[in-house]
Write a protein that binds this ligand. Structure first.
Ligand code: PEP
Ligand code: MG
Length: 539
């Protein structure tokens, strides 16, 4: 029996299924005599929960890094939130109920508020509120969670996993994660990617799956229940083949990204947060070709300050120790929403008020980011590029704003370096204008994800159109060639940072077109390097 799911991390796992057993969290309501005693009980449980969270933070920091650990900071903050604690105390006082019940009522209110927010990231935070509240009620009623039994490694199935549950899991015993709910942004998905194990979300597994055999195929997004011996054999062979490939790829570490006839190409990594630098370095990235700066805005409840941004850019620049770090300025709007931007709902968001359009329309947001980038420039080899460009006049406006930012920094005595300015080529207009645009900037980086969407008039978010979304379409490839030619004609270097850059069936084509740089997901670097090293451009 096959069950479809959404794959959030590739790979194959074969093993016994174990359903994650959560502690019984039903909360009973009862009347209390002395509400002040009950409030003290709540306060003690809150302190106990906070110290548990500190322990979890330290453990996650050690095991999974800052990105994973940060969530426990957020949980601690929720426990300190005045609105939440007041709602619990008022519940106890006004209704004369037990602390467990007051906590679950207050938690329900707050998580409801999150779950109706338009922004997907904020909606996912409802799970954090529920997680904190069940920690509190567990402490109050002295209950413990069971997790999963036995010694052997398993494919773990769960409704959803809260961050505090994932951090307590014995990771060495998990072959794969399969979640009934979840999304690509959920913690489970992030955890699976950092553990590099196959994982599916939105998979409707049956209630009696515990203890049965299963296969997770993360490449095709499916869970096979009770596989036949032939299926197990076939998947074992596939898994061994993948393992061999991964081991072989390790040999590419420390090698140059150079063709057989001596043509060198810069092989960089795409990252979406500061913590991703670790995997970029572990996979031998020669630089960061696309640092998607949106995460700073999406993870925040309000505009990130100049200082916060400066610290993030500086950390990445320092970690890369002199290797190039290309920061892409804010690309918000369309599928990436943050409430505090108060963007209107649009009929065609992909073609709407987004990216550089917002930045030019709200110069205070743009200037804050540029100041942070220039300040960080003293700590490494930083460059900046701008998304969704369609015209020369936009680039001139950007350059003028960047000039003013530098002038202000000089007046304030704040040091900065001159940095390379580039643009992303992700609209057909930018391709058509690439010769003129090339005279204005230092480099181009082609965003093939959006360029394919706009060239083929196919919404990249619409799963119904997956079969039509074809980045190999000759129109897209001709555009890439035009961009490379016009870039070089005007003295720019040219790169690719969309997903297509990792498509090794096109590596030779890109090299023949003359691309100077390719930037890919860190997990793809070694594979692309291997492809580059097998190309011979002679003849
Ligand atoms: C692209 O469009 O190819 C790109 C790299 O940018 P993003 O995927 O962030 O839109
Ligand atoms: Mg894009």
């Amino acid at each position: 029996m096959e069950i479809r799911g959404k794959s959030v991390c590739n790979g194959i796992a074969i093993g016994k299924l174990a359903v994650f057993q959560r502690a019984d969290n039903t909360v009973k309501r009862y009347a209390v005599e002395d509400t002040e005693v009950e409030i003290r009980r709540f306060e003690e449980a809150r302190e106990r929960a906070k110290s548990q969270l500190s322990e979890l933070y330290d453990r996650a920091l050690k095991e999974a890094g800052q990105g994973e650990a940060a969530i426990f900071e957020v949980h601690r903050m929720l426990l300190d939130d005045q609105g939440f604690t007041e709602a619990v105390c008022t519940g106890i006082r006004d209704q004369g109920v037990n602390a467990e019940f007051a906590v679950s009522m207050a938690g329900e209110q707050v998580s409801q508020m999150f779950s109706t927010m338009p922004d997907a990231y904020m909606r996912d935070r409802a799970a954090d509120v529920r997680d904190v509240c069940s920690r509190l009620t567990a402490v109050l009623s002295g209950r413990e969670e069971k997790g999963f039994d036995g010694e052997e490694p398993v494919i773990l199935l769960a409704e959803d996993l809260a961050p505090s549950e994932t951090v307590r899991l014995d990771k060495s015993r998990i072959l794969s994660l399969v979640i009934r709910q979840g999304s690509s942004n959920s913690h489970t998905a992030i955890l699976a990617r950092s553990m590099n194990i196959p994982a599916l979300v939105r998979t409707d597994f049956p209630g009696d799956a515990d203890g049965r055999m299963g296969i997770v195929d993360g490449r095709e997004g499916k869970l096979i229940l009770d596989p036949s011996p032939e299926e197990i054999e076939r998947y074992r062979a596939l898994r061994d083949q993948e393992d061999r490939k991964t081991r072989q790829m390790q040999e590419m570490k420390g090698q140059e990204s150079i063709t057989l006839d001596g043509r060198r190409i810069r092989l960089y990594a795409n990252i979406g947060s500061v913590s991703d630098v670790e995997s970029a370095l572990a996979n031998d990235a020669e630089g960061i070709g696309l640092f998607r700066s949106e995460f700073l805005y999406l993870e925040s409840a309000d505009y990130p300050t100049e200082e916060e941004q400066f610290q993030a850019y500086r950390k990445v620049a320092e970690a890369m120790a002199g290797k190039k770090v290309i920061i892409r300025t804010l690309d918000i709007g369309a599928d990436k929403q943050a409430d505090y931007f108060q963007l209107d709902k649009e009929a065609n968001p992909a073609m709407g008020y987004r990216a550089i359009r917002i930045c030019l329309d709200r110069p205070e947001v743009f200037t804050t980011q540029l100041r942070a980038i220039y300040r960080a420039s003293c700590y490494g080899n930083i460059a900046v590029m701008f998304p969704m460009i369609i015209s020369v006049s936009e680039v001139r406006q950007i350059k003028e704003i960047a000039r003013q930012v530098r002038e202000e920094l000089t007046e304030e005595g704040i040091p900065y370096r001159e940095i390379e300015l580039g643009i992303m080529i992700e609209t057909p207009a930018a391709v058509m204008m690439s010769e003129e645009l090339g005279r204005e900037v230092d480099f181009f980086s082609v965003g093939t994800n959006d360029l394919t969407q706009y060239t083929l008039a196919i919404d990249r978010q619409n799963p119904k159109l997956d079969a039509f979304y074809d980045p190999h379409h000759p129109a897209v490839l001709k555009m890439l060639e035009t961009v490379a030619d016009n870039g070089h004609k005007t003295g720019c270097w040219v790169g690719i940072c969309g997903e297509l850059g990792a498509d090794t069936t096109l590596t030779e084509t890109f090299l023949r077109m003359g691309f100077d740089e390719i930037s890919v997901n860190p997990s793809k670097i070694l594979e692309v390097r291997k492809a580059i090293r097998s190309v011979d451009l002679r003849g």
